[in-house]
Design a protein around this ligand. Structure first.
Ligand code: SF4
Length: 485
């Protein structure tokens, strides 16, 4: 997109993106203060940067910051070039995010693809200039200033034995093919797109092409598996999917018959004018005197600091008499986080006695487990699990929307579904990412208008959950057979 699309079609950077940039700059400065850089080339004019880099390498500088190297059609500007014991250099990059992804309490996580490709690129240039150390052991300095080794000669996984280095080389050829016009990539709406500066343009293109990624939970890789035989949502809606199935398999790699049926049903819904959402199987939501809609706001770049636990409480069947109960951290110290967690915990354990409590996705549960580990004086992890396992504590997304419903919508986020139900957020650009940026500004300025914006946004998120609950109650069951005919 950067190479082929006019600048005029590019979105403005959002306040959240600018905040990430600022944070990246601050983090890089803090990392540099710890690293012991011996040659800082960041102030050298770009036209002189490569010569300065080569001179620093010739002097055998132990750690070079912001060098620049080129070879043929390749350009690389690694944050770090580190001298190795054999006299060659290994590239590294400073990241304000985690060095690995997908880890949990038991597993370490895996290398990030985009980091591996970037480091492979620097390693390739070094190798071709005969300036590397002959290894593919690159590294990242992560958000906690830890050094994470990116050994690019390792396989990507147990099942995928292609090494990271091989993956980089394949990616490089794909990029060359793309830039030369030999092959063309297609946009696909995915979770990461919302922060991309081409989002509006890609979204328009995807809608115009009636691309399969308009179907909820059908991302780029599934779209690429389907697109040769089924090029659009309309084509899928009109298809007889039996033609693509054989026993327990379909002709599409990585897509089983159940998944294909699900996508088929969603395609049909999207292609039906004035379609209504429906239940795939009966849902029985408990009825209690009160209902509470619960949503937390957290900053993932600050160790998932939870700054707001919002609760909208209403009597069953009386949505107009809803009351908002926020537990908001005025400061970002552990004491602030613990205090609001204690307040929210006390509230929830009281309300569970006479209420059904709804939240949207597993995030609230996992966050409460993490908070209990951090602040054991408030409650234990077992107590958190007991609360969230209560039949009156309902994860509306995982247990109801995802499992039992279908919607004529492009995704199943609370924003999309509640808007479909007719709900309107008061804020003109509501999003969890924006809320984080507002909270950071609140901390800096103490501006009460910003605090109110955060509270209003969270209250609306809670209310939106209530609107989706009400819609689920109105839905009728449509058997799968009727849908897939
Ligand atoms: S919006 Fe998504 S598909 Fe388009 S360029 Fe950005 S990341 Fe790629």
């Amino acid at each position: 997109m950067d190479a082929f699309t006019p600048e005029s079609e590019r979105d403005e950077a959002s306040a959240f993106t600018e905040m990430l940039w600022e944070q990246g700059v601050e983090h890089e400065a803090a990392a540099l203060a710890r690293l012991g850089v011996t040659a800082d080339l960041s102030q050298v004019p770009l036209v002189e940067r490569e010569a300065a880099t080569l001179a620093a390498m010739a002097r055998k500088e132990p750690l070079i910051y912001r060098g620049r190297l080129t070879v043929d059609d390749l350009v690389g500007e690694p944050d770090l070039l580190e001298l190795q014991s054999n006299g060659g250099y290994a590239p590294g990059d400073i990241k304000s995010g985690g060095g690995l992804e997908g880890g949990d309490e038991e597993t370490e996580g895996r290398l990030k693809k985009h980091y591996a490709v970037q480091l492979g690129h620097y390693g390739n240039i070094l190798e071709r200039r005969a300036l590397g150390d002959g290894m593919h052991k690159t590294f990242v300095i992560d958000c906690d200033f830890h050094r994470v080794t990116y050994d690019l000669d390792l396989p990507q996984g147990v099942r995928n034995t292609q090494t990271w280095w091989e993956f980089y080389l394949v990616t490089l050829e794909a990029v060359r093919g793309n830039l030369s016009g030999v092959c063309k990539t297609l946009p696909a709406l995915g979770a990461t797109c919302k922060l991309c500066h081409w989002y509006s343009k890609c979204k328009r293109d995807v809608i115009e092409a009636n691309d399969l990624s308009l179907i909820a939970e059908l991302g780029r890789s599934k779209r690429d598996a389907l697109v040769r035989l089924i090029p659009s949502v309309r084509a899928l809606a009109a298809a007889n999917i039996d033609n693509f199935q054989s026993g327990k398999k379909t002709v599409f790699p990585g897509i089983g018959p159940g998944t294909l049926e699900k996508y088929h049903a969603r395609a049909k819904l999207l292609c039906t004018p004035n379609a209504r959402p429906y239940l795939k199987s009966p849902v029985s939501l408990p009825i209690r005197e009160k209902e509470v809609y619960f949503d937390i706001e957290a900053d993932p770049m600050k160790d998932n600091f939870v700054y707001l636990h919002g609760m909208v409480e209403r009597e069953h069947g009386k949505p107009s008499r809803a009351v908002f109960k926020p537990f908001f951290a005025d400061g970002d110290t552990p004491q602030d986080e613990e205090a609001v967690f204690a307040g929210a915990w006390h509230y929830l354990t009281e309300r569970i006695i006479d209420s059904v409590i709804y939240y949207y996705s597993r995030y609230e549960w996992t966050s409460y487990r993490r908070l209990a580990q951090k602040y054991p004086s408030v409650c234990s992890v077992d107590e958190v699990d007991a609360l969230f396992q209560s039949p009156e504590m309902i994860d509306l997304y995982t247990d109801v929307v995802k499992r039992c419903t279908e919607w004529p919508c492009h995704d199943q986020s609370i924003k999309t579904l509640a808007v479909f139900c007719g709900f309107k957020w008061r804020d003109i650009s509501p999003s969890g990412a924006a809320s984080i940026e507002w909270y950071r500004r609140w901390l800096k300025t103490g501006d009460l208008a910003i605090k109110q914006r955060i509270l209003d946004y969270n209250e609306d998120d809670c209310e939106a959950t209530g609107w989706v609950v009400d819609e689920v109650r109105r839905m009728e069951v449509v058997p799968a057979l009727a849908v897939n005919q």
